[in-house]
Design a protein around this ligand. Structure first.
Ligand SMILES: Nc1ncnc2c1ncn2[C@@H]1O[C@H](COP(=O)(O)OP(=O)(O)O)[C@@H](O)[C@H]1O
Ligand SMILES: [Mg+2]
Length: 310
């Protein structure tokens, strides 16, 4: 097809923690095409965010490197916009202003004031948030905040959209809505996307390829699963499609047979307790979310678990 757009070659990283070295990643290699949608999946703590942060330019690899369109990544830049699990909106700025902030940064010279205004509104329309332009982040639900975060990133017209568990803190219905919007937007705009998820169905539904990471330390890419299901994809039809079922089975096998997490101890209340610092604690319960029943909810964000006004 096309030449390699994003090239991750021989990436490894060692962190300094209290004087001792911790090797998180070893020899990570991945080539992405323009317009490709890739999911990174793997147990909690294996190094997914670290890979994404290296691509974002937020972390510097100890070995190897990342090349985007022929240019080495050495620092963060507007060509690689990041969506985090917990939206990072400015709480004192309105929905409109949060997106405008990014748009003004990127397009101050190339677009007029009126063009920038149209562009902000256009991107908020893409995520169905045009009705809430003047609301503050504190006045909208978690799903809405996440949509504004996505609009803000899209509005920067990044070469690559990096998403770190973007829907992880949302309830299942809101998550499904946002997955569908993201698929539509990506089909229209042809974004190149790297998305971290712990949700197996989400990975299969959205991706062209699923990149499955081995457990750390010294984590690397274990297997890559191509998802050749035709687009547009319909979640209801796919739920019973034997190809979909087989693909999700392959991911589950990788996660729970080939890369089985260390068995967590259970206390008398049946609540899992981690033996190893909590990193793999949520691996097993996430199987529930993989079947689409219950999303893990972040504490302290009441709006995030609530339903969303349409
Ligand atoms: N800045 C850092 N300093 C030290 N250790 C880190 C840092 N960032 C990540 N790690 C460690 O690297 C490993 C991978 O972390 P991370 O990429 O966040 O995992 P994941 O996103 O897959 O849950 C973990 O053991 C984590 O504790
Ligand atoms: Mg992470």
């Amino acid at each position: 097809m096309s030449m390699t757009y994003l090239d991750i070659t021989g990436v490894g990283i060692e962190f300094d923690t209290n004087g001792s070295k911790f090797r998180a990643l070893q020899n990570v290699n991945l080539k992405m095409d323009k317009g490709e949608f890739i999911s990174l999946i793997g147990h909690s703590g294996c190094g997914k965010s670290t890979v994404l942060n290296i691509v974002a330019g937020l972390y510097q690899a100890t070995e190897g490197g990342v090349v985007l369109e022929g240019r080495e990544v050495t620092e963060p830049g507007p060509d690689r916009a990041v969506v985090f699990q917990n939206h990072s909106l400015m709480p004192w700025l309105s929905v409109y202003e949060n997106v405008a902030l990014a748009v003004n940064q990127v397009f101050r010279r190339s677009k007029t004031r009126a063009e920038r205004r149209d562009w902000v509104e256009h991107n908020l329309r893409l995520v169905n948030m045009e009705h809430a332009l003047d609301k503050l982040p504190g006045e909208i639900s978690g799903g809405m905040k996440q949509r504004v975060g996505i609009a803000r990133c899209l509005a920067m017209q990044p070469r690559v959209l990096l998403m770190d568990e973007p829907f992880g803190a949302l309830d299942a219905l809101t998550r499904a809505q946002l997955q569908d919007s993201l698929m539509k937007i990506q089909a229209e705009l042809g974004n190149t996307v790297m998305m971290i998820t712990h949700d197996v169905d989400e990975a299969v539904l959205l991706s062209d390829r699923i990149v499955m990471m081995s457990n750390g330390p010294a984590a690397t890419i274990g297997e890559i699963l191509p998802v050749t299901l035709e687009r547009p994809r319909d979640r209801l039809a796919l739920a019973e499609d034997p190809r979909f079922v087989h693909l999700r089975q392959q991911v589950l096998e990788f996660l729970y047979a080939k890369q089985a997490p260390a068995q967590p101890a259970r206390d008398s209340t049946g609540v899992c307790e981690s033996l190893a610092g909590g990193e793999k604690l949520d691996s097993a319960p996430r199987l529930v979310s993989a079947t689409g029943n219950e999303a893990p909810v972040k504490a302290g964000e009441p709006g995030d678990s609530g339903s969303e006004a349409a």
